[in-house]
Design a protein around this ligand. Structure first.
Ligand code: GLC
Length: 822
């Protein structure tokens, strides 16, 4: 009897377990149990009893790729990934229950029945694992992988996504969208960066889901079980990254998807935009006023009105009778011209670009072979297929038109693709490098491929010159070709702070060169908001002021004398910081580290940095801690992470690991410098083509932590650095040995600076200094980063200088190593 009940219970249990998922008519296709394993080198190929196909491949000791499909895996193709698996020491074993992959950094455990994957540290701590019972499954063509939500798990990343730094509890969609005047919680926006970082229990990992169909990420939104990522078609294809330091995950992700190239130096200067400056006399008025008012600037941007009836690859000849001469004259004044380029080519007989496009047959088509037409600025247009070699080659030829008129920058807009109606049909076909696909898979990479074509065209027609490419739409890998800006934001305080978080998040996804419209695109910024925004703008990678077509003037002088002085102060500071900024950009080219760093990068396991009160704070390079505040705030709470922080304006030291209520002044954004920082600066110039004085000032802040900084210099313009024409040295701060060491110079570029002035901050008054071991005199000096704003009341006396006393020493800058001791 007992046995009978036991058997019955067992039978009922199995039925209960198996029925729902194995039911014949289940709308869910599960991954199933492994029935065949093939191990070959660094790759494990598996099939399951549900006829699904899986491949797990070790790329590096810290990167493992998982691919799955419900048919044999197709051609391995990606627009994002530029790296092949690297020869890696792996140990792959299996038994009845599981396959185990071991590298020097991690283990991947594949459970066979049913299939699921877990990633563990070498010593067995779970980093990330499939959610039992759900793992990976399909609903029709839609494929999703479900990961167990770990205790206290947080998520950051996905690039240009609204919301807070910690994405726990939220869900997101990737579908590149023309999001005019978006709200601060709108989703999706213009770009797709399907890469995020999970953080829990002192561990952090990255996941990059390389699938360009519309994708969805769920970090515990409307569920208490899992985080998940899935797409409406294509393969499950993701890369798992594990490093102990979060920064190294960004390093590995950019190893996989590529890193930015060194930008032209002028693109790091201040850029003046509006929709639109025309005619030519207006462009010169703006350029001239910047010079007259001594507001440094390097760029002027021409928006759509430079074209004849918005037709690309034309100039409106009444507004711009001689563009080549105009751009040449601007260049002589120290300005580079960037033009907007939109993908839509007007359908119009006798219009050159249209006729040439038709002749070369480069436009996107419907399945019946007719060109797709959508409506944009010029009216009805066709769109080049940038996912075909033919389309890109055509565009590259057309780019010559601008190279011939002395244009230096290409601002790629409307490339989501934006069309009026915002509903591009899904049956439009994309070449996808010969793997013909539909709009569903093509859309999210279109912007990336347009930026690529612009980049390659500029390279071709501007020999040995670094082009500047900006793009609104993008996909993972965009950093290889272009900077990204966050589109049509609003002139509101919340957008200024959101913009900071968007750029910080883009930095996590490998886009170091990024921008937002300073001052806001739609609406009119109140005076105070503009004042605050331009201060923050000085600490964004691509520093552009831009505003919409129906807004008031938004040049720095349009907000009155006081704001003009505030703006000048911060733009001046930006130019003085150019050696620091350029060196940081160099670092991005080497290891993918962003210039704007969310505090989650260096203080990953400090809960406070995710607190919504503090999650817009960021580091600009590793030295500066920037505290953004709404323009209406006169005081507010900030958080100092561990360590010691110097007030940039007063030199006052704040102890870290503390919240503090601080006063916020109208004219001075709160900025702090991390202890042990090394910050190279130069004298003020009006544009990057102007020679600074021949002294490079290196600010060194006393501290208890070791630090080093790679100083990098080259001509800022050409590719000669690739042949050794650069100047690079590592400067090291060693608190144990009490030394500041300037390492040997590498490269054969001659530095602009014959002297180095070391400014010593926070060193005790009694400190004696040595130069190469010999006692040396230091002089009294004054550290000042901005000028006081005038007192406009004629009765008033001048405001006091802003700064504090420090000591400094000047030494000749030869290429040899030298040490300052203290
Ligand atoms: C789009 C761009 C904006 C530009 C405008 C006109 O809205 O996002 O920056 O000024 O088009 O070209």
């Amino acid at each position: 009897m007992k046995i009978f009940y036991k058997a019955l219970a067992a039978l009922l249990l199995t039925t209960a377990l198996y029925l729902p998922s194995y039911a014949q008519n289940s709308p869910i296709r599960e991954v199933g149990s492994v029935n065949n394993v093939n191990i070959s080198g660094q790759k494990v190929s598996l099939t399951t009893d549900r006829n699904n196909h899986v491949e797990v491949t070790v790329y590096t000791p810290t990167v493992v790729r998982v691919r799955m499909d419900k048919q044999p895996l197709g051609k391995d193709f990606s627009y994002a990934v530029v790296t092949q698996p690297q020869q890696t020491k792996v140990n792959i074993t299996q038994n009845d229950k599981e396959v185990t992959i071991q590298t020097d950094s991690l283990q991947a455990r594949i459970t066979k029945n049913p299939f699921s994957v877990a990633f563990l540290t070498r010593d067995g701590k779970v980093i990330n694992q499939d959610e039992e019972g759900l793992t990976t499954s399909w609903i029709g063509e839609e494929v999703t992988t479900y990961k167990k939500m770990q205790k206290g798990e947080r998520f950051i990343g996905l690039g240009e996504k609204t919301g807070g730094l910690d994405r726990r509890g939220s869900g997101y969609t990737n579908w590149n969208t023309d999001a005019y005047a978006y709200t601060t919680n709108q989703d999706p926006l213009y770009t797709t960066f399907p890469f995020y970082i999970g953080i829990h229990n002192g561990l952090n990992y990255g996941i990059f889901f390389d699938n360009s169909y519309q994708s969805d990420f769920n970090f515990g939104a409307s569920n208490d079980r899992f985080s998940s990522f899935g797409a409406q078609g294509g393969e499950m294809d993701y890369y798992f990254f594990y490093h102990t330091k979060l920064a190294d995950i960004i390093g590995s992700y950019t190893f996989l998807t590529g890193r930015m190239e060194l930008p032209p130096l002028w693109s790091l200067g201040y850029q003046q935009n509006r929709y639109s400056y025309y005619p030519e006399t207006e462009v010169f008025r703006i350029a001239q006023t910047l010079r007259e008012k001594r507001i440094p600037a390097d760029g002027i941007t021409l928006d759509i009105h430079y074209m004849d009836a918005y037709k690309l690859f034309t100039w409106d000849k009444t507004r711009f009778p001689d563009p080549a001469a105009m751009n040449k004259k601007l260049k002589d004044m120290g300005f580079r011209t960037t033009v907007i380029v939109d993908p839509g080519i007007k359908i119009e007989e006798d219009y050159g670009a249209y006729e040439r496009g038709v002749k070369d047959d480069v436009f996107l088509k419907y399945p019946d072979g007719k060109y797709y037409a959508g409506e944009v600025w010029p009216g009805w247009t066709h769109f080049p297929d940038f996912t075909s070699e033919k389309g890109r080659e055509w565009w590259k030829k057309e780019i010559k038109f601008f190279a011939d008129t002395n244009v230096d920058g290409f601002w790629n807009d409307m490339n989501e693709i934006a069309t009026w109606g915002q509903k591009m049909p899904n049956n439009v076909l994309f070449n996808f490098e010969g793997n013909i696909t539909t709009h569903k898979e093509g859309r999210n990479v279109y912007g990336l491929q347009m930026a690529r074509a612009s980049y390659e065209g500029a390279r071709q027609h501007m020999p040995n010159k670094r082009p500047f490419i900006l793009s609104r739409a993008g996909y993972s890998g965009s950093q290889r070709y272009s900077a990204i800006w966050t589109g049509d934001n609003r002139a509101e305080d919340s957008h200024m702070l959101l913009g900071i978080r968007l750029l910080n998040s883009l930095g996590v996804t490998g886009v170091s060169f990024s921008a937002m419209d300073i001052g806001g695109f739609t609406g009119n910024a109140p005076v105070g908001l503009f004042a605050r925004w331009i201060q923050l703008g000085a600490f964004t990678p691509y520093f552009r002021n831009h505003t919409g077509v129906n807004t008031r003037s938004a040049e720095p002088w349009a907000f009155g004398e006081e704001v003009t002085e505030i703006a000048r102060n911060f733009i001046n500071l930006r130019y003085r910081l150019m050696p620091y900024i350029y060196s940081n950009m160099y670092e991005s080219t080497q290891n993918g580290q962003p210039l704007m760093r969310t505090l989650a990068i260096d203080y990953t396991h400090d809960d406070k940095v995710y607190n919504s009160e503090f999650d817009s704070q960021f580091q600009f390079g590793k030295a500066f801690l920037i505290m953004p505040f709404e323009s209406t705030k006169t005081y507010g709470k900030v958080y100092f992470p561990r360590g010691k922080w110097y007030d940039l304006w007063t030199g006052e030291v704040k102890q870290g690991n503390r919240e503090e209520m601080i006063g916020v002044q109208y004219n001075k954004l709160p900025i702090y410098v991390k202890e042990s920082s090394i910050i190279p600066m130069q004298s003020l110039v009006q544009h990057t083509g102007e020679m600074p004085t021949d002294t490079l000032t290196i600010h060194v802040y006393h501290g208890d932590v070791a630090n080093s900084f790679v100083y990098y210099e080259d001509d800022g313009e050409s590719y000669d650095y690739q042949k050794g024409a650069f100047y690079k040295r590592t400067i090291t701060y060693d608190p144990r040995r009490k030394t500041i060491t300037f390492g040997d110079v590498e490269g054969n570029f001659k530095t602009k600076f014959n002297h180095v002035k070391v400014m010593l901050h926070g060193f005790d008054a009694k400190t004696r200094f040595q130069y190469n071991g010999k006692r040396t005199d230091v002089r009294e000096d004054f550290a000042s980063f901005i000028d006081p704003v005038s007192r406009f009341d004629p009765q008033g006396t001048a405001n006091p200088q802003i700064g504090y006393k420090v000591r400094s020493m000047v030494v000749r800058n030869d290429n040899g190593r030298f040490t300052v001791g203290y």
